[in-house]
Design a protein around this ligand. Structure first.
Ligand code: EPZ
Length: 419
């Protein structure tokens, strides 16, 4: 087990390049299974979840090699259709392989993804859509057995909720299906647009990605291509939060402001100044932060649920009262008790968190219990008086590439220590 030891009260200052997006790299790796020949993905973050996805591809008969931030995949002759249980458990988002395996191989067996730290993670929208496309899916003792005799066929699908994962799975299943598929009430997240961009470069015919209606025309086969993963918009929000809470100033290269359109106004309201350019973003923070008012998490283009925890850390030092309503996940306040241990004044009631700004935070021994909650603890520790120990760093490593190195390069004092 490892922990991060943070010496607080160091201003974040300087310039950094934001990492590639975890939540795009994973569906792109699943999509690589659909393409013959070689796929080369650049700007892949070096994360445990990415390596788990590579191992899944290996189990499906693909050659997969990760060197630095580049991943090569060869999927000329996939074999087998089962995703091992331990890999499904290691990475809940492995469910996104279901659509790709069905699309390329025609059958699939995998264990139901467990719930995760954020609460139950149902996949009913994924399964009902794939059944409409002709998949026969049986669930028994936690195992999904799926087959589509005669191959998948295009369908009109109306999602009751704009699920990111369900939208991705349907796209992955539809690109090689017979006929056309329409996804209504589709997720509009930038990762959907990135996936469509990759698939189209492989020869797919997808339009409407990024809107609430996505059209996919089934084609006979796809060929591997070279592609660069989009920048990680949540890692960007994390870096901005680090600058904001420490009264710092930060230039972030390869930042796409259009991916965080609902987040920038919150930083503005708290007294930061954010300047955006085509391929970078600059944020400065004054000596005092002010209440952010009310922030509600929503599907894109609303405020992203993944940025909620880090912004809450900033709000703990903002003068006045801030309110967060978490509309996406039912258990996404697990970082609150840990922030309170550091001196924050936060009360939660169901999906609402009321944050009363305090004058300072204090270093403490805290424990991460999920990816973004762990990142929030790091952000708070940067501003806290004294030393903070953050345990269970494995959660943070799922989504951030050597976060301690990133932060030390811009003025922080963070050490990774084996326990
Ligand atoms: C993706 O998860 C992201 N993960 C999450 O990021 C992100 O928080 C989420 O989208 C929302 O933006 C990856 O991309 C790997 P959803 P996903 O399907 O696809 C309910 C992080 O920290 N739902 O849009 O699982 C579900 O319970 C992670 O990087 C159903 O009810 O999100 C949740 O309440 C955390 N039935 C809501 O929809 C379904 O079949 C959003 O889920 C599917 C989802």
């Amino acid at each position: 087990m490892q922990k991060l030891v943070v010496e607080g009260e160091k201003r974040i200052c300087g310039e950094i390049t934001v990492q590639g997006a975890k939540n795009s790299a994973l569906p792109l790796l699943a999509a690589a299974l659909l393409a013959k020949g070689e796929t080369v993905l650049h700007n892949c973050p070096k994360l445990s979840d990415v390596y788990a996805a590579c191992r899944i591809l290996g189990c499906l008969g693909c050659e997969c090699r990760a060197v630095g931030n580049t991943v090569w995949v060869k999927a000329d002759a996939p074999e087998g259709c089962c995703v091992p249980d331990e890999l499904m458990r290691e990475m809940r988002s492995s469910i996104v392989f279901l659509g790709a395996v069905l699309g390329r191989i025609g059958e699939c067996c995998l264990s139901l993804p467990g719930g995760c730290e954020l609460g139950p993670r149902p996949i009913d929208l994924h399964l009902s859509a794939l059944r409409r496309m002709g998949a026969v899916i049986n669930e028994k003792h936690g195992v999904l057995r799926c087959e589509c005799p005669g191959g998948l066929k295009g369908a009109d699908i109306q999602l009751s909720f704009p699920s990111v994962g369900a939208t991705e799975n349907i796209m992955l299943a539809a690109v090689l299906a017979r006929g056309d598929t329409v996804i209504k009430n589709a997720a509009r997240e930038p990762e959907i647009t990135d996936l469509a961009g990759f698939l189209n470069r492989c020869g797919a015919r997808i339009s409407g990605a990024g809107t609430d209606t996505v059209y996919i025309e089934g084609v006979r086969e796809l060929y591997g291509c070279e592609y660069k993963v989009m920048p990680d918009r949540i890692a960007l929000c994390t870096l901005m939060s680090a600058a904001a809470i420490t009264g710092g100033e930060l230039s972030v290269r390869e930042a796409r402001a259009s991916d965080i359109g609902a987040v920038i106004p919150v930083f503005d309201q708290m007294g930061c100044s954010v300047y955006t350019y085509s391929d970078r973003l600059f944020i400065t923070s004054g000596s005092r932060l002010y209440s952010a008012g009310t922030v509600r998490t929503m599907p894109f283009p609303g405020f992203p649920t993944d940025a909620q925890a880090m912004l809450m850390s900033v709000m703990t030092l903002a003068k006045g009262t801030s309110l967060i309503i978490e509309n996406i996940f039912e258990n996404r306040f697990r970082h609150v008790p840990e922030l309170v241990r550091m001196g924050a004044d936060i009360r939660t009631e169901g999906r609402a968190a009321v944050i009363e700004g305090v004058s300072r935070l204090y270093g403490a021994r805290v424990t991460a219990s999920d990816l973004r909650g762990g990142a929030a603890l790091v952000v708070a520790a940067l501003a806290a008086e004294g030393v903070t120990e953050i345990h269970d760093v494995k959660y943070i490593d799922r989504g951030y590439e050597a976060l301690e190195k990133q932060l030390c390069s811009i003025g922080a004092d963070v050490k990774r220590v084996s326990e």
